[in-house]
Design a protein around this ligand. Structure first.
Ligand code: UD1
Length: 416
């Protein structure tokens, strides 16, 4: 099992180019199943979740070629609509394959999905939506067995604007004759990216980024080359790292608008941020003031995927901060690890009160989920002494090898 060993106290200086967004790439890979041809996705990060999705696609009969940051998927040989439990439990996004498989084969059987252990993460909204489209679903023996031979274009109203359910339903509707309407859908940039990708392949989807998406059914889709949006969460993680450690960082290939909720929160007195169209420069000096309140919500609000990182920044900021987690119920699981490093945090249900301390101290800590694991690396980078972060496999799901990237920014980190 790999560990990161970090010697804290260096500032973060240099330039970094952000790769495609994990959460887009995973969905776009799933969408490749819709095409009886070849799709090339550029800028794909080298992360475990992308490898896991590629392994699932291969199991279904797709041919995958990886060439640097390009992933090419040839879906012409798809033969099976069944995703076995071993693979599905590695990756929650495997549930996003339900929609594309149903569109392509009319049948799909997916084991209950895995992914980060950050709460209940039910899939009832996905299944209710599919049923409203006329998909017949039987849930038994840990599998969801679906048949869409009688599905038809309809109106679907989501109980909550779930990202995954919105994406799944968009992909289910692509070939349904007539116009389908998805109401109360998610507005995240990854949804807009999926719409652009589907339309590039010949689909007729509109409304992504608003609360109502319309899909006009088409007969077939065609192979394309496509570059997914940059990873706003990875970019945000590095900006927070700069705020914690000080220094000057330039991020290339970012969309500042996608993380405007983070940029608005970072204290202006210590973090000078300059944005261009696809570039962000941050210069940080001195200890940040605490942010009085951060509350996670749906896009364009503050993302739950940056909550642990901003909480970690608050542990060393000057003052008291209240963090409210509204999306995933157990997303404070990293707090006990931060306490080991000298942080002062009290958690009560969905609220954490963080009283900033002048500095953290190195300790042996353990990643319990993807974003929490990255936050422990940030904590180690600004702590006094040595920090060992165990269970790095959680971090590998969404961040390219940090022991290769961070040293180029001045961080003393190695992987053992
Ligand atoms: C996606 C992202 C994840 C991000 C999350 C919220 C991917 C691969 N993952 O996850 O990184 O943290 O969006 O921005 O894109 N819910 C239900 N029933 C459902 C589905 C969801 O109750 O059927 C609830 C969830 O428990 C949660 C909320 O809806 O409280 C939002 O979840 P959702 O938007 O579906 O997240 P994911 O698509 O799983």
């Amino acid at each position: 099992m790999s560990k990161y060993i970090i010697r804290g106290g260096e500032s973060l200086c240099g330039e970094l180019t952000i790769k495609g967004a994990k959460n887009s790439v995973l969905t776009l890979l799933a969408a490749c199943v819709l095409v009886d041809g070849t799709v090339t996705l550029h800028d794909c990060p080298h992360i475990a979740d992308v490898n896991a999705m590629c392994a699932i696609l291969e199991k279904l009969g797709c041919r995958i070629k990886r060439d640097g940051d390009d992933v090419t998927v040839d879906g012409s040989g798809i033969s099976s609509g069944k995703i076995p439990s071993g693979l599905a439990s590695e990756l929650r996004s495997s549930v996003f394959l339900l929609g594309p498989l149903l569109s392509r084969l009319k049948k799909a059987k997916v084991a209950y999905p895995g992914g980060c252990d950050i709460g209940l993460r039910p899939i009832d909204i996905h299944l209710t939506g599919l049923r409203e489209l006329g998909v017949r679903i039987v849930e038994k023996h840990g599998y969801i067995d679906c048949d869409s031979s009688r599905a038809r274009a309809s109106e679907v109203m989501l109980d909550l604007p779930s990202v995954g359910a919105t994406e799944n339903l968009m992909m289910t509707c692509v070939f349904l004759d007539g116009t389908s309407v998805i109401r109360n859908c998610a507005k995240e940039p990854e949804i807009v990216d999926l719409q652009n990708f589907l339309n590039a392949m010949g689909a007729k989807v509109s409304g992504a980024g608003t609360g109502v998406i319309r899909v006009n059914g088409v007969k077939r889709l065609f192979g394309v080359e496509y570059t997914p949006i940059p990873d706003r969460i990875v970019a945000g993680t590095y900006l927070i790292g700069a705020a914690m450690c000080g220094g000057e960082l330039t991020l290339n290939n970012v969309n500042p608008e996608h993380i405007s909720s983070l940029i608005a929160k970072l204290p202006k007195s210590t973090c000078k941020i300059t944005c261009a169209r696809d570039k962000i420069n941050i210069i940080c000096k001195g200890r940040c003031e605490s942010i009085p309140k951060v509350e996670t919500t749906y896009y364009p609000g503050f993302p739950t995927d940056l909550q642990t990182q901003i909480l970690t920044l608050q542990t060393v900021s000057d003052g008291t901060s209240v963090i409210v987690e509204n999306i995933f119920e157990t997303r404070f699981k990293t707090v006990p690890q931060l306490l080991k490093m000298g942080a002062d945090v009290t958690v009560n249900g969905r609220t954490a009160v963080v009283r900033g301390v002048p500095c953290l101290t190195g300790a042996e800590v353990c990643a319990t989920d993807l974003r929490g694991g990255a936050s422990l690396v940030l904590a180690g980078m600004c702590a006094q002494g040595e920090t060992v972060v165990d269970n790095v496999f959680h971090i590998d799901r969404g961040y390219e090898n940090l022991a290769e990237i961070l040293p180029s920014l001045g961080v003393k980190i190695k992987r053992i």
